[in-house]
Design a protein around this ligand. Structure first.
Ligand code: SF4
Length: 331
């Protein structure tokens, strides 16, 4: 009998919330909560790239930082490698950080301008007590530079001496120094020239293959996400509204928000036509989000139920999930 092998979950996120207090007045009284991540559930399988898309301010970066516990979750559960890490004390979190790293959007802002590249990459090795003697540490730094396509001379130089793309390579080498298994790539190419973006995306793909990495790839460029992702999650105002294998999502988006996002992307073949879905109004504030489905004030297919009942994220088959009252379709 044939048995299907279930993909192994590296990261499990259940009902995760991250709220930030909004304060007012001299005594900084907390008056409201900004719901950046508002009850999010998803998994990331070992070896895959989960793309995370949505307009700016939808909570993507906060979600990326919260799953790494760079931000403390307000509620929910995080499991990494089948271990509950939601409340792991700081001492144990340090060894976990070796396995979970982040690559930032702005490589210049995230690199200390007063340190040489050798010291920037070597610092991570020192913190984690890897390669304790200087010569083996230097050898490791040189190996990492070569891995990301930089010359050995880079070691003695400072971040300002490099182009944006090269600086992002330094950021990637620093993240790889501690041999992580999981990397949150937080808009890693958004600050780069278009001509450089493909090189960095290709580098990330090569490294994934060579080192068996798993990525959460956050971006607002939908075509880049399509190219690099195994599956894609779409976020709107702190919620995940659709998850699907990349090909299926782009060929047949189910959620009205995903349909609107994709309709704004120019088609590579101009003879194929698709209809642009125009969204009404602005993205509402995450401090005071709409009741029911948060997308309802802008949704072209809004129904009465949408105004007062939030749709849960449900499975609709073929590895797809969607949070919309149109699903499952009525017979
Ligand atoms: Fe639109 Fe209603 Fe679906 Fe929300 S639940 S996306 S308002 S149809």
């Amino acid at each position: 009998m044939e048995t299907s092998v279930q993909p192994d979950k590296l990261l499990e996120v259940k009902n995760l919330k991250k709220y930030f207090p909004v304060t007012k007045g001299t005594f900084r009284k907390v008056t409201q909560q900004l719901r950046a991540v508002d009850d999010v559930t998803f998994d990331i399988f070992r070896g895959e790239t989960l793309g995370l898309v949505g307009e700016s301010g939808c909570g993507k970066s906060t979600l990326g930082r919260t799953v790494l516990r760079l931000y403390e979750p307000t509620a929910g559960k995080l499991s990494y490698n089948h271990q509950d890490i939601t409340n792991l004390p700081m001492s144990q979190l340090r060894s976990l950080r070796r396995s979970m790293q982040i690559i930032f959007q702005d490589p210049y802002a995230s690199l200390n301008p007063r340190m040489t590249v050798g010291n920037i990459i070597g610092e991570a090795l020192q913190i984690h007590k890897l390669f304790p003697d200087k010569s083996s540490r230097e050898k490791r730094v040189l190996d990492l530079l070569s891995l990301v396509g930089l010359r050995p001379e880079a070691m003695q130089r400072y971040p300002h001496e490099f182009s944006g793309g090269q600086r992002q390579r330094i950021g990637i080498a620093r993240a790889l120094a501690v041999e992580p298994k999981f990397i949150v790539c937080d808009e890693p190419i958004s600050a780069l020239d278009v001509s450089i973006q493909a090189q960095i995306v290709n580098l990330l793909q090569d490294l994934q293959e060579q080192l068996g990495l798993t990525y959460l790839f956050i971006a607002h460029d939908l075509m880049v996400v399509k190219h690099i992702s195994t599956r894609v999650a779409v976020m709107y105002l702190g919620n995940i509204v659709e998850v699907a294998p990349a090909k299926a999502l782009y060929a047949d988006p189910k959620h009205p928000y995903t349909q609107a996002l994709l309709s704004a992307v120019p088609l590579p073949d101009p003879t194929r036509k698709h209809q642009r879905v125009m969204l009404k109004g602005e993205v509402p504030s995450p401090i005071n989000p709409p009741q029911g489905c948060k997308f309802h004030p802008r949704c072209p297919q809004v129904m009465e139920i949408c105004r007062h009942q939030a749709p849960p994220l449900i499975s609709i088959g073929e590895g797809r999930q969607v949070a919309c009252h149109l699903y499952p379709p009525k017979a």
